[in-house]
Design a protein around this ligand. Sequence first.
Ligand code: HEM
Length: 266
Amino acid sequence: MGHAAEGTPFAQYVGSDTLLSLQRTRTGAETEPSFLIITQVMELLFKLAYTEAVRARDQLERDDLPGALRTLGRLRRTCMSLHGAWEALGSMGPTEYADFRDALGDGSGFQSYMYRHMEFVLGHKVPAMAELHRGHERVHRELLATLGEMSLYDAALRLLWRRGLPVPPSSVERDWSRPHPERDEVVAVWHTVYTEQEKHADLYVLAEALLDVAFELGRWRATHLLTVERLLGSKTGTGGTSGVTFLRRAAEHRFFPELWAVRADL
Ligand code: HEM
């Protein structure tokens, strides 16, 4: 006999009992609940962003561009929610953060494997970020699997290629676990999409839908950087990096770099 499900249909569907039992703060600091809960919210939103990006990728592979555009709309909104979630941490002061920081030990968002799944499926493949999780067998295996899969961006390039645009063969079929190097030929293909908008109307909409996602994630990173600078100044991070200097460099990264590069030529 399985054990009887407890609670209202809502609680059963949402998993409320489990979900609401996970806010185990480590100190009595006044601002720790907002920090922990917002971190958990962001982890869930990374998962949603990953899920939507996988779906959009698969839709592009099936030549379902209208479906992919609907999904990319949701993905963009998810990334906006991620950015908006910083609001709840925006008023924390440096001493309020210091009140519970020691209790985090070496813990850092740097170690968020859900964030890496999201980055990988979008096409930002950094194998070292999977290796960080070598000590956790299941997580490591799953990250290597995502690393080895075609990204959303790869699927977009393959669609352009099927539409007869001159995407280089090495961008259409390759070892997906490798970072995609920025290629002038691909920038030139996007240039065609932007300058011949009538001929490639739906591909132009796709390009801007991808850029919308990159834009919102850029805002997430920029606000993370500002928040961290406000709380830590030049202190090193709990994850062992230089802190703000590291994050400033990370904030310069753009998802879908060729879509940003083409702008200089338009
Ligand atoms: C509000 C207080 C926060 C501070 C002071 C902070 C600080 C930092 C620092 C210093 C780093 C660099 C790595 C290290 O040395 O630790 C980092 C990375 C990171 N943090 Fe935060 N963080 C905060 C909140 C969050 C939240 C709420 C999340 C959501 C899960 C998050 C996610 C990340 C991610 C994903 C990285 C890796 C970025 C990359 O590799 O590009 N952080 N954080």
